[in-house]
Design a binder for this molecule. Structure first.
Ligand SMILES: NC(=O)c1ccc[n+]([C@@H]2O[C@H](COP(=O)([O-])OP(=O)(O)OC[C@H]3O[C@@H](n4cnc5c(N)ncnc54)[C@H](O)[C@@H]3O)[C@@H](O)[C@H]2O)c1
Length: 309
């Protein structure tokens, strides 16, 4: 892949750019931000790590949205993060204005791009990008489930002592309090996680996963999480860049899958060079389906707050 643009050179944007460069996921990463000089400074700082990590990816920064010209992937991390005590929905009104302006730039300068939305509330803002661009759903994704699943895997590793490499987890639904970790599909090298973790401990892990972002925000105090979020975005870009056909939980527009239409939420997605190849509709049991539907209702409440297009 030639070029990835990251709009928002804040904490998540910077971490994503560093990982993309270290892994040489693309030839060029451009960071764009409204803060004067900031993206240029971030880009220089990252590129000066090239001698250590031995990468040839060029990293540049700009205050001009035109710098995203012809990017194949545009990652949107611009906007305000929540503060302790706030929910992700509390930043919707501010961030939707930010997103609308960026979407117009993306349509203008990178009309063939695949967009990955990170800004919260990510489900409703992914929906907004799809609505405002008018693009096919294949090219509009949101990052949430890769992060939530990595949090759950980390908690299972901490509980069992197993390597995270052997732990596979899946988290569906909206990226909020109503997210739906699905322990039934979580394994340690193919063995159901319930073989190793008692039901009450597993339920605690599920709840800690739901609260994973708030836990870090409460500990860090002046910033929300950005290391694992950056790594999660980089994993999605890598799947696109390397045509990997990876099955990743992503925010996608639903067109009948899981009984839902006209909504964006976290579902297992086949991701490859042209973005979303397929939404995998898992057969949820009654309890899982009820949780998924409750999560959908909560995302719809936020979507209803959007003004037309
Ligand atoms: N989806 C997820 O899993 C996930 C995880 C972590 C954070 N987030 C979200 O990502 C967003 C960014 O978080 P952060 O910690 O990097 O915040 P941050 O404050 O460090 O960075 C945000 C950046 O966006 C820039 N910005 C604002 N308006 C802009 C515009 N119109 N164009 C370009 N840049 C603009 C700001 O100047 C700032 O540098 C937040 O909304 C946060 O809630 C999502």
């Amino acid at each position: 892949m030639q070029k990835v643009a990251i709009v928002g050179a804040g904490r998540v944007g910077e971490t994503t750019a560093q990982i993309l460069a270290e892994q040489e996921t693309c030839r060029e990463v451009v960071l764009i931000d409204v803060r004067e000089d900031a993206p240029q400074g971030v880009a220089l700082d990252i590129f000066q790590t090239a001698p250590f990590f031995e990468f040839d990816t060029r990293v540049t920064g700009s205050n001009d949205p035109a710098a995203m010209h012809n990017a194949e992937v545009v990652v949107i991390t611009a906007g305000v993060p929540r503060k302790p005590g706030m929910s992700r929905s509390d930043v919707l009104d501010t961030n939707v204005k930010v997103i609308d302006g960026i979407v117009d730039d993306v349509v203008r300068y990178a009309p063939q791009a695949i967009v990955i939305v990170v800004t919260n509330p990510v489900d409703v803002l992914t929906y907004r990008v799809w609505q405002r661009t008018g693009w096919p759903r294949e090219r509009v994704l949101g990052q949430a489930g890769v992060l939530d699943a990595s949090r759950m895997a980390a908690f299972i590793a901490m509980e069992t002592g197993f390597s995270t490499r052997d732990i596979t987890t899946i988290v569906l639904g909206g990226h909020g309090d109503s997210m739906v970790p699905v322990p039934r599909f979580c394994t340690v090298n193919g063995i159901p996680v319930s073989h190793f973790v008692a039901p009450d401990r597993l339920e605690e892990i599920v709840q800690r996963t739901r609260d994973g972002g708030a836990e870090i925000l409460a500990l860090r105090k002046n910033s929300s999480a950005y290391d694992a979020p950056g790594a999660s975005v980089a994993a999605m870009v890598d799947a696109i860049s390397h045509h990997r056909n990876r099955l990743l939980p992503c925010v996608a527009l639903l067109d009948g899958e899981y009984g839902q239409h006209d909504i964006a939420m976290g579902v297992p997605c086949l991701i490859s060079h042209s973005g979303l190849q397929q939404v995998v509709d898992l057969g949820l049991n009654a309890e899982e389906r009820a949780m998924f539907e409750a999560s959908a209702a909560s995302v719809r409440t936020d979507i209803a707050r959007l003004k037309p297009g």
